[in-house]
Structures are given as structure tokens and as C-alpha cells.
Write a protein that binds this ligand. Structure first.
Ligand SMILES: *Cc1c(COP(=O)(O)O)cnc(C)c1O
Length: 840
């Protein structure tokens, strides 16, 4: 390397470190001495991590160097955070989740470390294409959708609020599949996100834990199969990722477990003979954490998933109990030092594993162990869909976890005595409450186990918590009413407003200051400003900037052209019948037919965006994707529609894509059949970003409309009660026969006018909507959807009235911060306090 250049860049970089030091002081990251930062920053990583000249490296190396540099900045603070928790012997929250849908971390960590304003300067000095560098970071897609994203938002809020918390999950080598669209059909490709390593994680092999199973594994037809009876031991190796709280004061840890075979490094055994066999065994054990299950709405016979769930539980509990025992020899203190939250039933084996530890390892009495277990655990329910409630075959427990099955039987025996005492003679109730579901084969009801084995069960929106209590688990809620509560979901405004929507964020901060970043209720201060014409114009300008930015990105990466002056009308979420993308597509089809029949019809230009993945085995969901794509193609091919209407299915929905599209949206479609969406969280992201909601009275959308005032929402359709009450007589044919627009649209589909190259491709849609009775009641809500849509278009014709409502929505979105949700969990369920990082 030219010494001249080296000198120059050193000078530039020491100047730059002064900037960082000053910023860190200014924002009160505390007295952390960032020693060695002069050497630690960017260039060091470029040169010494790669042993390459800075001129020779590519964008990927530049991303890695940037990420490593940011990790350097937070490392000492990260260590100090853990040391503080140990010194204070603070009560900790352990958030157990099979999914963490993290997305990208670089820009998020920079934002939360308050380094964002430094970046343009830095990039300029280094002559870096910053946007190209950011695009090099793959999404950490370790989740399917809302449940996994909620876990990620919670980690952000807990770190920001300085709560001693740790996330526990699995380090899937392959995250949620990449979706590509071929001839309109979804195709799945593996997401090998770790192929080039991950610059954020730190492997901690010395903190590995051992898990015993009464089974081993064999590869069978290319996939892994559990073989019962042959005892084996797995090793869980933790990989830690930093979770940066806003302001950089607290750096919490997300600990992800990777499965390795026992005696991974036992070369003696290898050399002893069956080298190939030993290597094969290693490979098999490792593949336990190879891949995330890509389905969030059914739970069928997946033996490997069962073992994955136990592996998460066994590793995490061994780890947290070890930590507890390092500073406590009194087991009675466990509930005062640890609060374990189960994100859905996936980690419910925690009830059994904790009982096993307290009974067999700690040698406590049943009563003592049970009391400690219940007081330590909390359970969050996420769904009312019966097919999503987990039930594992008793036989699997018998074969793989026989000791845990004994514990299940003992819990159940005591539970049912209690039921019979309280409700003498009511054997049907006994059957409904029992942890064991009888039938051709017996199953363990994991939701019942979670409710019985914990002190708190919560739903994720008011309507969901109510339906959970009054329908889904009615008997248990009547028996233990004090255990049930609601914690309405939220999202972190750091990622979902500040980071992803810089223009709107600046407008808000200029108007009311920046305290909304850590206290979203501050947005209330925008309410009076919504009436101000100047503010309305500035909002419209901010929205247009976001739309242009999105249109530019789309054009750059796909060549697709969209008009930023058209209404951006979005529905982005997993593809599922209950979420009713099909209802949206029928609306679009009817609007299209109206325009075609009456080309002089006044209708503001509109772009309809769809995005979302279908579970690979969910046939109808894949047909719906194909249908949307064919509809898009038909409209695209119609010259009459040019400049008036466009439909786009954006492939590969993921966190990064949501961050790009949500700020640019005018209309948010939240149109699930009422009573089916537990909460929804994309509804909240849209609201914060000033989109207006066109939606049904379901999930948290109900509370959003309450906060903003129904007059500022476009609500339509049957309520959950009406859905339930009309089910017995609901007849989709009635709508087909009596509603001309509905009939004409459906006939167009049924006569292959949208599938002339694949006739019959959409017959599953006919089956679902007519012959199978339209379980999700699309046709019941289509008429009122179109009426509400008309109101949307009328309002859009008055730009200031639109901006006013959008601003009122932003002003009312304060409740939907995950900071508020976490404050409620902390106070009501976990009883934890913040523990600010201090130094010895
Ligand atoms: C927020 C989010 C979700 C949840 O969306 P819903 O519309 O609430 O189902 C799913 N996936 C991603 C990538 C998200 O960011």
C-alpha cells in the first residue's frame, strides 16, 4: 500500500474518531472508554480481516468492515451490561422464541448508537457508496411473520428501556425461504444467509450445554429422522448477537443455539475406528438447527420440529439455571431472579424441563417445584386458529422424552382431581381441560399445558384476549380467571418510523422535538397541528418523497415503473385465506371491470401492491399468488388501464422490503375475517407512517380506530360476533346470485379469462368461495369493502382533508409502540425493573 495513502487515511480516521468520541459523550453513552478505537475502526477491518488492499475489496467486504467497526464500538458497553447485571444480581427476563425475525442490523445499530448523522460524513471521507454497502447485508430471516417480528421488536424495546433481558432462540442455518415468482407461481429457494459468515455474532463454545435425548438421528431420504430408543447427547453451542438499546446505554444479548454432535472434538474416538460413522453422526446432529419451519399456521406431524422445540428449551433452561446458580444457592429465589416468557406454545416444554430440573437435579418436592415453575413462567398466546394450536403425539414423548411424559401425567392427574373437586360430575369438562386429547391416537395439548404450568397467560389484542377467554380455552379461563390478561402488541418506532422513514421523522421532530423516539405518546402533540394547512402540505411532501424513493428503488432493482402520483394501496403480509388477499383481489377485479365498462369514470390513478409468502405446502395460498399475478398481467396488458390502474406482486416479502414500502403507502389494507387475526402488527407500522387504514374490525385494528376515532378510519364488514352468528346460515351462493358485480367478476375467473394459458388453474378458488362454503366469508364482506373503497377515493380527491386524517392517525399511534407493550409485561407479568449499566 502506498504509505502516502495510509497517512492520509489515518489522519482522516483519527479526525473521525474524535467525532465519534464527541457524539458518544454528547449522547451520554456513559463513561465507557473506547480504548483502541483508533485502530478498531473501518480501515483496520478492511486490511487485516481480509488481508487485502482497500482498493481491491468489494461491497461485501466493505459491509463486513462497517459492521465489525460498529460491533467494536459497542463491545465494551456490551461486556459492561452483562457485568452490571451480575453485580446487581438483577432479575432477568428470558424471552424464549422459536423465531426472531430480525432483518438487517447495521443501520439499526447505527441509529440506536446515535451515529446516524456521522455516516454521510464518514462515507464521503472514504468515498464509499453507502447504499450499495447496506444492500450487502442479508436479512436475518429467522422467522415467518408477525410472531417472529414481535420478538425482535420486544428485544429492541427491552434494551432501550434498560431491562435486563435475554432472547433465546435457534441459530437456523437457513432462514425463511427466498420467494421467487415464475410464470406467476411461487417458487422457494433456500436462504443460506450464513454462507459468508455473520459479522455480528460471537460464538461462545466454552458456554456450550449438553442435552440428553432418548433418541438419535438418521438421514432418511435426504431428510433427518429421529430414531427412538437409542440414547444420544446433543451439544448446544451459543452464538450471541448484540441488541443495542436506543442511546447505546444498554446492550442486551440474543443467544441463538446451534446443534452440534456430542464429542465434536473427540479425535480419539474418531481415530478409534469408525471415522466415517462418527463424521456422519456429527453431520446429522448438526442438521437439527439447519432450517426454520416455513409454516406459521399449521402444526402437523413434524418430528424434527418437536426435537427442535425441546432443544431450544433444554439449552436455554440449562444456561439460565447455570447463571442463576452462580449467584444463588437458594432455589426458592428463582422466581425473583428469572422471568421466563414463552412466545406461543413452541417453548412450552419449558414447564416439563423446569420441573425435571427442580425435581431430579435440585431434588425439591413436587409441591415446591410446581410452585417455582408456575411463578417463573408466563405464556403468550398468538392465535385462535384451531389448526395452529400445537398438539404433540403422546407416543413421541414416550419414545424421545419418557421422563417428561411421566411429569405430564403427574401434572394432569393433579389437575383433573382439582377439576373434579370444583365441578363434580362434569366429566365433559374434565375431558376438555385434560392435557391429553383422546382419540385414535393420544395427543398432548400444549396450550393447556402452558396455561396450567405458568402464572400468566396473555393474548395480544383486546378482542383476541377476550375470545381466548370466552371461546378457545373457556374452561381453563373460568378455572383460573386471575391468570388471564391482555397485552396489546406494539412495534418499535426506532426501526418502523425513525429509521425507515427519514423524511417523516424529520418533519415530526421539527414540529414537536425528538422525545417521541423513546416515548411515542409524545406524538399526541401533532394532533392540533393536523389542522394546520402548512403542516398538511409538509406531510404531503414527506409522503411524496417516500413514494419517490420507493419508486426509484423499484425501478433500479427490477426495472418496474410506478407512478408516485398514484395512490399506493398496499396489502403485505403472509398469504393466508383468513387474511383474505383474495377479497382484495376481487375488489381490484371489480374496479377494473368498472373502468373498462365505463372508461370515462372518474377514478384517481392507483397502484395496488401485494407482497407475501405462502407456506410451501399451502396449495390454495399459492394459487392466490398466481391469481394476483395473472390479474396484474391482464391489467398491464390492457392499454385502457395505462396511467389509471396497476397491480404489482412484489416477490420475497421480508423485513427490509416492509421498511421500504410502508413509508410510501397511502392505504393500508387490514381485511382479515373478523375474529381471526389475533393482533396484526403491520397495521401499526402503516399507521405510524401516515397511511390510512381500510380494514375490518379485527385484532389491534379495533384499538387503533378507537385511538384515532372511527371517523378517521375506513372500517367495513362483519364484526367477529356477526361472523360467528351468521356462520350457520351463511351461503356464498346467495351473493353470487344476487350481486351482479360479484357474479360477473367470479364468472370471469371461472371461465378462465384470467388463466387462458392454464385453464382450470383457478378452480381451487371456485371451490373455496362457493362449493366449500367460503369459510372466511369473502363474499359477505365484498360489498361493504367496495363501499368503503369509494369513501377512500372521495377523501383522496381532497388532498388536505386526506393529509389531516393521516396526521391524526400518526398522532394517535403512540399506544402502538412496543415500549408501551413491554412496560405492561414488565409491570404486570415479569415484575422487573430497569437496571442501568454502571461501572465499577
Ligand atoms: C410486521 C411484519 C409482519 C406481520 O404482518 P401482519 O400484517 O401483522 O401479519 C410479517 N412479516 C414482516 C416481514 C413484518 O415486518
Amino acid at each position: 500500500m502506498n504509505p502516502q495513502t495510509l497517512k492520509k487515511s489515518e489522519a482522516a480516521s483519527s479526525n473521525h474518531h474524535a467525532d465519534i468520541q464527541q457524539l458518544i459523550r454528547q449522547y451520554g453513552c456513559g463513561p465507557v472508554p473506547i480504548t483502541g478505537v483508533e485502530h478498531a475502526f473501518y480501515d483496520r477491518h478492511i486490511v487485516f480481516d481480509n488481508v487485502m488492499s482497500p482498493n481491491a475489496v468489494g461491497a461485501r467486504e466493505r459491509f463486513e468492515a462497517a459492521a465489525r467497526s460498529i460491533r467494536d464500538i459497542l463491545s465494551q458497553r456490551w461486556i459492561a451490561t452483562e457485568e452490571t447485571y451480575q453485580r446487581e444480581d438483577a432479575k432477568r427476563v428470558y424471552y424464549l422464541s422459536m423465531e426472531f425475525l430480525i432483518g438487517r442490523s447495521l443501520i439499526n445499530n447505527i441509529t440506536n448508537l446515535l451515529l446516524a448523522q456521522l455516516i454521510p460524513k464518514f462515507a464521503e471521507r472514504k468515498d464509499l457508496d453507502w447504499h450499495e454497502l447496506l444492500e450487502e447485508e442479508p436479512d436475518a430471516g429467522l422467522g415467518n411473520g408477525g410472531l417472529g417480528r414481535l420478538a425482535a421488536c420486544f428485544l429492541d424495546s427491552m434494551a432501550t428501556m434498560q431491562i435486563p433481558a435475554m432472547g433465546y432462540g435457534l441459530r437456523y442455518e437457513y432462514g425463511i425461504f427466498k420467494q421467487i415468482i415464475q410464470d406467476g407461481w411461487q417458487k422457494e429457494q433456500p436462504d443460506n444467509w450464513l454462507r459468508r459468515g455473520d459479522p455480528w455474532e460471537v460464538a461462545r463454545p466454552h458456554e456450550k450445554v449438553e442435552v440428553s435425548l432418548n433418541c438419535s438421528f438418521e438421514v432418511c431420504g435426504g431428510s433427518l429422522r429421529a430414531v427412538p430408543g437409542k440414547e444420544s447427547r446433543l451439544i448446544g453451542v451459543p452464538y450471541d448477537r448484540p441488541i443495542v438499546g436506543f442511546g447505546g446505554k444498554t446492550i442486551n444479548t440474543l443467544r441463538l443455539w446451534e446443534a452440534a454432535a456430542h464429542d465434536y472434538f473427540n479425535f480419539e474416538e474418531f481415530s478409534g475406528g469408525d471415522f466415517v460413522g462418527a463424521v456422519a453422526e456429527t453431520l446429522e446432529a448438526e442438521s437439527l438447527t439447519r432450517v426454520l419451519y416455513p409454516d406459521d399456521s399449521t402444526s402437523k406431524g413434524q418430528g424434527l420440529r418437536f426435537v427442535q422445540e425441546y432443544f431450544l428449551v433444554a439449552c436455554s433452561l440449562a444456561d439460565l439455571i447455570r447463571r442463576f446458580r452462580q449467584s444463588n444457592d437458594d432455589w426458592n429465589l428463582l422466581p425473583e431472579k428469572a422471568a421466563i416468557q414463552l412466545n406461543d406454545t413452541h417453548p412450552t416444554m419449558s414447564v416439563l424441563e423446569l420441573m425435571r430440573i427442580l425435581l431430579d437435579d435440585a431434588e425439591l418436592s413436587w409441591e415446591k417445584a410446581w410452585d417455582l415453575t408456575q411463578r417463573t413462567l408466563g405464556y403468550t398466546n398468538h392465535t385462535l386458529l384451531p389448526e395452529a394450536l400445537e398438539k404433540w403425539p403422546v407416543e413421541w414423548f414416550r419414545a424421545l422424552l419418557p421422563r417428561h411424559l411421566e411429569i405430564i401425567y403427574e401434572i394432569n392427574g393433579r389437575l383433573l382431581i382439582d377439576v373434579r373437586t370444583r365441578y363434580p360430575g362434569d366429566e365433559e369438562k374434565v375431558q376438555r381441560i385434560s392435557l391429553i386429547e383422546e382419540g385414535e391416537t393420544q395427543h398432548v395439548r400444549m396450550a393447556n399445558l402452558a396455561i396450567v404450568g405458568s402464572h400468566c397467560t396473555n393474548g395480544v389484542a383486546a378482542i383476541h384476549s377476550r375470545l381466548l377467554r370466552t371461546h378457545t380455552v373457556k374452561d381453563l379461563a373460568e378455572m383460573f380467571p386471575e391468570r388471564f390478561s391482555n397485552k396489546t402488541n406494539g412495534v418499535t418506532q426506532r426501526r418502523w418510523l425513525q429509521m425507515c422513514n427519514p423524511t417523516l421523522s424529520k418533519l415530526i421532530t421539527d414540529a414537536i422535538g425528538d422525545s417521541w423516539v423513546t416515548d411515542l405518546s409524545e406524538l399526541e402533540k401533532l394532533r392540533p397541528l393536523a389542522e394546520d394547512r402548512g403542516m398538511q402540505d409538509e406531510f404531503r411532501h414527506a409522503k411524496r418523497c417516500a413514494k419517490v424513493a420507493f419508486a426509484d428503488w423499484l425501478h433500479r432493482t427490477t426495472g418496474e415503473v410506478v407512478d408516485p402520483d398514484s395512490i399506493f394501496d398496499c396489502q403485505i403480509k403472509r398469504i393466508h385465506e383468513y387474511k383474505r388477499q383474495l377479497l382484495n383481489a376481487l375488489r381490484v377485479l371489480i374496479l377494473y371491470r368498472r373502468l373498462r365498462e365505463n372508461p370515462t369514470l372518474e377514478m384517481a390513478p392507483r397502484t395496488f401492491f401485494f407482497s407475501g409468502k405462502a407456506a410451501p405446502a399451502y396449495r390454495l395460498a399459492k394459487v392466490i399468488i398466481k391469481f394476483i399475478n395473472n390479474l396484474a398481467g391482464t391489467i398491464d396488458g390492457d392499454p385502457l388501464m395505462r396511467g389509471r390502474m396497476k397491480v404489482l406482486f412484489l416477490p420475497d416479502y421480508c423485513v427490509s422490503q416492509a421498511e421500504r414500502l410502508i413509508p410510501a403507502s397511502d392505504v393500508s389494507n387490514q381485511i382479515s375475517t373478523a375474529g381471526f387475526e389475533a393482533s396484526g402488527t403491520s397495521n401499526m407500522k402503516f399507521m405510524m407512517n401516515g397511511a390510512l387504514t381500510l380494514g375490518t374490525r379485527d385484532g389491534a385494528t379495533i384499538e387503533m380506530a378507537e385511538a384515532a376515532g372511527e371517523e378517521n378510519f375506513f372500517l367495513f364488514g362483519l364484526t367477529a360476533e356477526q361472523v360467528a352468528d351468521s356462520r350457520s346460515y351463511y351461503n356464498p351462493y346467495w351473493h353470487y346470485e344476487h350481486e351482479k358485480e360479484t357474479r360477473d367478476a367470479l364468472d370471469m375467473i371461472f371461465t378462465n379469462q384470467l388463466s387462458c394459458y392454464e385453464p382450470g388453474a383457478f378452480s381451487p378458488i371456485r371451490d373455496a368461495l362457493l362449493s366449500r362454503g367460503d369459510y372466511y366469508m369473502h363474499l359477505a364482506d365484498l360489498g361493504s369493502y367496495l363501499e368503503a373503497d369509494l369513501l377512500v377515493r372521495e377523501l383522496y380527491a381532497d388532498p388536505h382533508a386526506w393529509a389531516r386524517k393521516a396526521l391524526l392517525n400518526v398522532a394517535s399511534s403512540g399506544k402502538f409502540s412496543s415500549d408501551r407493550t413491554i412496560a405492561e409485561y414488565a409491570a404486570d407479568i415479569w415484575k422487573v425493573e430497569p437496571c442501568p449499566v454502571t461501572f465499577d
